[in-house]
Design a protein around this ligand. Structure first.
Ligand code: NAP
Length: 427
């Protein structure tokens, strides 16, 4: 049953039924899902949107006052309607929103960008109650809960907060830190070598692990390597699908990560990376804080760091690794070329503690995803203050301006860590 009779300001909360195993789709028979079930459904819907880009994945379910799902929506990336507006447009009649409840994963935004503020759209539609999972950390986009409350809408935050946080963890981390979320990836032998003694490393792991790497590349905003890897391996840094039977060339994923090279040495323009479909961003610098600040300003929210050992160690040493993805192959290589070098650990007391997020076998190889344990005991691993990461850059046009953006200096420029939160959801 759908209600269009409420004034949207004094309506009672929707009926809450026993938790459903899975929330019904908008077209499913009427059933009264609980707010939590609706939030679980909103998390599922959010995952339909792109994992990359300046905006987060967001999902929304609109419930009638008696708890029937009226509409569902999700965000499809910057420049497209936000989840709340998408759901509102899916209502059978606009008047169905009057007195209805919106269950949305992220606090409705408060900011006019390429689209209008969701908080105002919800108020204008007549929504009476809003439940959301995570607060929006953006200085401009955040604050929607206050706008809604001021307009008389009942607002409840923190619904399934842990699940919502987990589902958009990289984006939230990026927004809170004012720099992209950094994944440091390496492939190593069981004895922790990233390459054989002669420097060859292709391929330590098998096809399944490499397929997984390409999938992860395709979900990242940017992929970064040091000049050492560019000179040793001449990688193309594209995200490629596995080669199917009958195909000679791999197909590229529709979404490609922006290629980023870091290091003072100049890389010859004949390198394969310059054939990448996106322009290469070349930082002739070793200032990782500055590099990340500049990437954040360019709208990059996640960076997949693919080595080699020197760059991976440098990111970890300065506390800029949010996630480790290590592929361990059942081979022994011995020799001096370790997966990590100096990460600032001198004694066992300084060891950097990690939490294992997942362990999976991919063919013969083991994939370990781990995150740093944040706390006083892991001070080296803590992020450096954002104030020192904020930077300006000077870009110089290269000989091939369409294929490379040369950034010759990245320097700290502001002491206000919050300034970077001003660059955020791009509507
Ligand atoms: N197994 C794997 O997963 C994997 C992945 C990639 C590469 N590899 C292997 O790794 C080897 C190359 O290793 P690599 O360590 O030389 O490559 P790398 O880490 O990609 O590049 C090292 C270079 O990065 C630059 N750099 C940028 N920021 C830096 C910072 N903050 N601190 C220090 N250096 C910084 C420096 O170059 P400048 O001197 O130009 O400033 C440095 O020499 C090759 O054998 C390759 O096959 C293995």
């Amino acid at each position: 049953m759908r209600s269009t009779e409420h004034d949207g300001k004094g309506a009672s909360a929707p009926a809450v039924s026993a938790p459903a195993a899975s929330a019904p789709a908008a077209s499913a028979p009427a059933a009264a899902p609980s707010i939590e079930a609706a939030m679980r459904r909103a998390i599922e819907l959010a995952a339909n949107g792109p994992a990359w880009g300046v905006n987060p994945q967001v999902g929304c379910v609109i419930l009638s006052p008696d708890g029937v799902v009226l509409a569902e929506g999700w965000h499809r990336g910057a420049g497209t309607p936000h989840a709340e507006v998408d759901a509102l447009t899916k209502l059978s009649a606009a008047s169905d929103a009057i007195g209805a409840t919106a269950v949305v994963t992220l606090e409705p935004c408060n900011h006019t960008g390429r689209t209008g503020p969701c908080s105002e759209a919800l108020v204008a539609a007549g929504i009476s109650t809003v439940y959301f999972g995570a607060g929006d950390p953006g200085l401009r986009s955040g604050g929607g809960a206050g706008t809604l409350s001021a307009a008389g809408v009942r607002v409840h935050g923190g619904v399934l907060a842990a699940e919502v946080e987990r589902s958009i963890h990289p984006w939230l981390t990026a927004m809170r830190n004012g720099r992209p979320f950094v994944t440091v990836k390496w492939a190593s032998s069981l004895d922790g070598r990233a390459a054989a003694a002669d420097g060859t490393s292709q391929w330590i792991t098998g096809p399944d692990a490499r397929t997984d790497v390409h999938l992860r590349r395709s979900r990242a905003d940017a992929i970064a390597v040091g000049t050492g890897t560019l000179l040793a391996d001449d990688p193309s840094l594209t995200a490629r699908m596995p080669v199917s039977t009958g195909e000679t060339e791999p197909t590229l994923y529709a979404h490609q990560p922006q290629p980023v090279m870091i290091g003072e040495r100049r890389i010859d323009r004949t390198a394969r990376v310059f054939d990448h479909p996106l322009p290469v961003i070349e930082y002739q610098s070793r200032n990782l804080h500055g590099v990340l600040a500049d990437l954040f300003d360019r709208g990059v929210r996640s960076v997949f760091v693919e080595g080699g050992p020197t760059l991976a160690s440098a990111f970890i040493r300065v506390g800029l690794a949010d996630e480790i993805v290590a592929y361990l192959a059942p081979v022994l290589l011995g020799g001096p070329l370790l997966a990590l070098g100096d990460i600032g650990v001198d004694g066992i007391a300084d060891a950097l503690p990690l939490t294992i997020v997942s362990l999976d076998l991919l063919g013969p190889d083991l994939r370990i995803v781990a995150e740093p344990v944040r706390g006083e005991s892991s001070a080296v691993f803590l992020d450096s203050p954002v104030s020192s990461t904020a930077g300006t850059s000077s870009s110089t046009a290269s000989t091939s301006p369409t294929s490379v953006i040369s950034v010759t200096s990245v320097t700290p420029s502001t002491s206000d860590p919050k300034e970077h939160h001003l660059v955020h959801r791009n509507h």
